[in-house]
Design a protein around this ligand. Structure first.
Ligand code: SF4
Length: 508
């Protein structure tokens, strides 16, 4: 199978091909470094005419989970497997008739990527998923959301035993582990492979006749099952079911594998059962506010975070303003609970694209101002509460504060809809090294001084748990979610990182 950005036409007996060492720089916005980044999005459909069109729409709805690149693999019995993998947005790559006509068939999967492993910034096309493997019983393609925490060790072992890797992505380990399995069919090989894998994974895969979805035993990353016409679909989030008119059926459970054929959905649990530890940051920031997670509206959870924040950290002020867009529901909740008027004090330029900032360093240095502008008439002379989703490095928060003061605000108070982010994520979210995280090196008061604001308060971990529906807060002896980036308590030991010198939090 040709794995370049052109369509790869082939039949079921695809052979590994020469891979171009094609790279392309995709510069990031200056403020990109001051946000945690969504990991990836996965989507798959079986049993509909032209499944790739559905997948393209699904990936478009999941674009917030990864903007660097995307790919689709499909299968039609008389055409075999076909694929297209491209840099950039889904809307720019998977909307033209020329491309979509080359992706025929009733079965397709896709992936949008924001590199959390493999090459970053200067992305190689060979790292763009889905990945494909040819096995004696036929081909299989696979798209992975998450991060394998023992990928380095697995890769070393596999290479020593003869595997030839074609990408720098951790996800390719799964294909090679499947190749070494002695099981007779692909779902069983996938089970074998995933039992060797540690970390977080929501996988959507396909064979010639099957659509497969798997979540890791802790269910760190999301995956949902939907029904569309006579077929079925799998998606990272429910918002992508809506766009294709699919009906939400249920979440794939932590540790569950679903194998979907024209006979229906077969469910199995190949891993040792464990308590679920879903990523709590999906509720705060990563997922789209119109998605439903664990039966709860993401928008409503974020609004409730604002309510909790107003109860925990009240302050006298004239206006509550969100830092757009992800701070908006929490700002609404804060305003409702505090009775302080909500206002759009910061306006986001919706049409700011990557390409605009490429030409000159001077424009790049304008940073936040390219994307956000202060509503001066509203802000002048006011005591302003700014509600943001998180503080990572703090550079964006400082610039926003300066913009608000330049516009004549009398006071600036930051309220943050997540606890201090003091630890990196190793489960598929792009976080800076620990020493670059403001909260890793400073107390809350030191951060307030550093940002030079009148007050700074973060929601407590218990407050966040209450907002996501855990009335009693966090159970410290058995936490209900993954919250490692706040607590430093990693539910899966990040063994590769420990080998590289990462120090876990000392026992208290
Ligand atoms: S460490 Fe944070 S971002 Fe990563 S999975 Fe856990 S809660 Fe989510």
């Amino acid at each position: 199978m040709r794995q370049d950005s052109e369509l790869a036409l082939s039949h079921d007996t695809l052979a590994p091909a020469q891979l171009p060492d094609d790279t392309k720089d995709l510069p990031r916005h200056p403020w990109d470094d001051d946000k945690l980044h969504e990991e990836c999005g996965v989507f798959g459909v079986i049993g509909v005419t032209d499944a790739s069109n559905f997948v393209a729409l699904g990936l478009h709805a999941l674009q917030h989970r990864g903007q660097e690149a995307g790919g689709i693999v499909c299968h039609r019995p008389d055409h075999g497997f076909n694929s297209a993998r491209r840099f950039g947005y889904v809307r720019d790559n998977f909307t033209s008739q020329d491309v979509m006509e080359t992706l025929p068939g009733p079965l397709a999967i896709g992936h949008v990527r924001y590199s959390t492993t493999g090459s970053k910034g200067s992305t190689a096309i060979r790292d763009v998923q889905p990945f494909f493997g040819e096995f004696s019983m036929g081909g299989a393609a696979l798209a992975h959301n998450g991060n394998i925490t023992n990928a380095d060790a697995l890769r070393r072992e596999l290479i020593e035993r003869g595997s030839i890797f074609q990408s720098s992505s951790d996800s390719e380990c799964i294909i090679h582990l499947m190749a070494r399995s002695l099981q007779k069919d692909i779902p069983d090989r996938m089970e074998d492979a995933l039992r060797r894998v540690e970390g977080a994974f929501s996988v959507v895969a396909m064979t010639r006749t099957k659509l497969i979805g798997v979540r890791d035993p802790l269910g760190v990353r999301p995956l949902v099952l939907g029904k569309v016409a006579d077929g079925w679909c799998l998606s990272s989030e429910t918002c992508a079911l809506d766009i294709i008119g699919a009906e939400f059926v249920r979440e794939v459970e932590p540790g569950e594998m679903v194998v979907i054929t024209d006979q229906g959905v077969d469910s199995r649990f190949p891993f040792r059962r464990r308590n679920s530890r879903f990523c709590i940051f999906e509720h705060v920031y990563f997922s789209r506010p119109d998605s439903i997670i664990g039966g709860r509206s993401v928008y409503e959870t974020r609004r409730q975070i604002g309510v909790e924040l107003a109860r925990e950290a009240p302050v006298e002020a004239d206006l509550v303003c969100p830092v757009p867009d992800s701070g908006t529901p929490a700002a609404i909740g804060f305003s409702q609970e505090s009775g302080i008027p909500y206002a759009m004090g910061i306006i986001r330029n919706q049409y700011m694209g990557r390409t605009f900032i490429e030409p000159t360093e001077q424009i790049r240095n304008m940073g936040v101002r390219l994307k956000l502008n202060v509503n001066r008439a509203l802000i002048k002379g006011k005591r302003v509460i700014l509600v943001d989703d998180s503080v990572v490095r703090g550079t964006t928060s400082r610039k926003i504060k300066e913009m608000i003061l330049d516009a004549g605000a009398a006071e600036v108070h930051f309220r943050i809809a997540s606890p201090p982010t003091a630890w990196p994520c190793f489960y598929g979210v792009d976080t800076p090294q620990r020493e670059k995280l403001l909260a890793a090196t400073m107390s809350e008061e030191e951060m307030r001084e550093h940002l030079a604001v009148d007050s700074l308060k973060f929601i407590s971990l218990d407050g966040l748990y209450r907002a996501v529906g855990e009335a009693e807060g966090r159970k410290d002896d058995c936490p209900q979610f993954c919250d490692a980036c706040f607590s430093g308590e990693y539910p899966v030991e990040p063994s590769d990182m420990i080998e590289k010198g990462f120090e876990l939090k000392a026992a208290e």
